[in-house]
Ligand binder design. Structure first.
Ligand SMILES: Nc1ncnc2c1ncn2[C@@H]1O[C@H](COP(=O)(O)OP(=O)(O)OP(=O)(O)O)[C@@H](O)[C@H]1O
Ligand SMILES: Nc1nc2c(ncn2[C@@H]2O[C@H](COP(=O)(O)O)[C@@H](O)[C@H]2O)c(=O)[nH]1
Length: 412
């Protein structure tokens, strides 16, 4: 795809290399990985909604505008970019809020390769970086009427600040008490199919004759609120999530018997006879797959509701030690506007000192990226952050901090 280049090709061929914050005009950085140069544009244009990405393919001599998946970072005036192991580029936004400064642009991860194959286009995907290991999302599956929704409501009522519900999309009609955007995003099939084609869904499946799906945005909205995401999805959806990079805990809820399941479904009174029969027919295969597919980490029997709820809490580590597990999931990183970035092995060094402060105390922040987990279409977790307070002279390289780590960076 052709586009007027912001700089001439010779600049790319001669001037750019893998590495650091090569600031170009209009706050762009360029990172070359093998034959491709990724030009990542910051912006001072308030109207642009996200950081742009273009690719120059040295082999063909063409510019390409890739399909961009994932929740995109809002534009910033400047950023640094560092390539990590050829499959993703770390972006450090300057002047951004502490919880919005670390992003990853995935260019050749498994997810990107799969989506490229599915969509048949040049493609990249954004994933926001978070410190440490936030609690894994919880996927809850089980046949219709087994009590998934009831258990999830109990959990959310008891721990409102800890859990957030992933609001699915569905093409089925709303029930009497259901609210759009709360219980589901009720949607037209054609709209949902287009969004699926555009890569906006983490998973989707045809369930009891309707289309259901979890959008990437739904999962990220929960993470943005600093909560642990709960997904109520069918077994097909659970299988897709299991195959994705979203690391989750998978729990299957089993009915005590098929007779009891039928009783609950009928007593709920939300489905017409035809739907009840369809759901009951499907439940046999679901229970079989739930028990034998290897997708699920835990199987819970929902016979006595209170007992099942206590067991659910136990396996989520919520039995009596609630305060300890209600930790903040995404503590940010408070970077000064003026900083420079360098890299060694799996460590990214952010120098927060200014050249004018010659003999003064400088502060180096180390981002350890050796234990990254997850990634698009969710968050990139496992980012470790340390600060080093050191005194000028010779502190512009990697060698100078080998013994300088003095604990976790405290945002000022
Ligand atoms: N352990 C239980 N004993 C008796 N009734 C229960 C139990 N658990 C849930 N129920 C009841 O069963 C009905 C179905 O529960 P619920 O709506 O939570 O099922 P679900 O698995 O979310 O179904 P769906 O997949 O169709 O959304 C509800 O009326 C609920 O009150
Ligand atoms: N694969 C997905 N399955 C989903 C999703 N949201 C809900 N579901 C499952 O659908 C059935 C029926 O739900 P109902 O609300 O119509 O009773 C149930 O098993 C849910 O778990 C989704 O996003 N993806």
């Amino acid at each position: 795809m052709g586009e007027a280049p912001a700089f001439v090709v010779d600049d790319l061929q001669n001037g750019y290399q893998n590495g650091f914050g090569l600031k170009y005009k209009d706050y762009e950085t360029a990172i070359t990985i093998h034959d491709k140069t990724y030009v990542i544009g910051g912006s001072d244009d308030e109207s642009s909604s996200s950081i742009g990405v273009r690719i120059y393919d040295k082999a063909t001599g063409n510019w390409e505008i890739p399909t961009v998946l994932g929740t995109k970072p809002k534009p910033c005036k400047s950023h640094s970019a560092v390539s990590l192991s050829d499959d993703r580029i770390l972006i450090i936004k300057k002047g951004s809020s502490p919880d919005d400064c670390i992003w990853f642009l995935e260019v050749d991860t498994q997810y990107v390769r799969e989506q490229k194959k599915n969509l048949g286009t040049q493609l990249v995907a954004w994933s926001k970086g978070v410190r440490g290991n936030v609690d894994k999302p919880v996927v809850i599956s089980g046949p219709s009427g087994v009590g998934k929704g009831t258990l999830i409501s109990m959990l959310m009522r008891e721990f409102p600040s800890m859990f957030g519900f992933s609001v699915s999309h569905t093409t089925r009609a709303p029930r009497a008490m259901e609210k759009d955007g709360v219980h589901y995003h009720f949607t037209e099939r054609s709209v949902m199919e287009k969004d699926i084609k555009d890569g906006k869904f983490l998973e989707f499946a045809s369930v009891h004759g309707n289309l259901y799906g979890t959008s990437i945005e739904a999962v990220e909205a929960v993470a943005d609120a600093g909560k642990r995401c709960i997904l109520d999805i069918d077994v097909q959806g659970a299988r897709s999530v299991r195959a994705s990079s979203l690391e989750a805990i998978f729990i299957f809820i089993c009915p005590p018997s098929m007779e009891e399941l039928e009783k609950r479904l009928r007593a709920r009174g939300t489905e017409l006879e035809e739907q009840i029969l369809k759901r009951l027919r499907n439940s046999e295969a679901e229970v079989e797959q739930g028990n034998s597919s290897g997708i699920f980490d835990h199987i819970l029997y929902n016979d006595k509701l209170e007992e099942c709820y206590e067991n659910l809490k136990k396996l989520l580590g919520l039995d009596g030690n609630t305060v300890a597990t209600q930790k903040s999931s995404s503590e940010g990183l408070n970077l000064p506007w003026d900083h420079s970035v360098s890299k060694t092995d799996n460590k990214i060094i952010i120098n927060c000192g200014t050249p004018e402060l010659e003999k003064a105390s400088k502060s180096l922040i180390v981002l350890d990226v050796s234990s990254l987990k997850g990634g698009a279409p969710g968050r990139t977790r496992g980012l470790d952050v340390y600060a080093i307070d050191s005194f000028s002279d010779g502190l512009n390289g990697i060698d100078s901090f080998s013994d300088g780590l003095n604990g976790i960076y405290q945002p000022s």
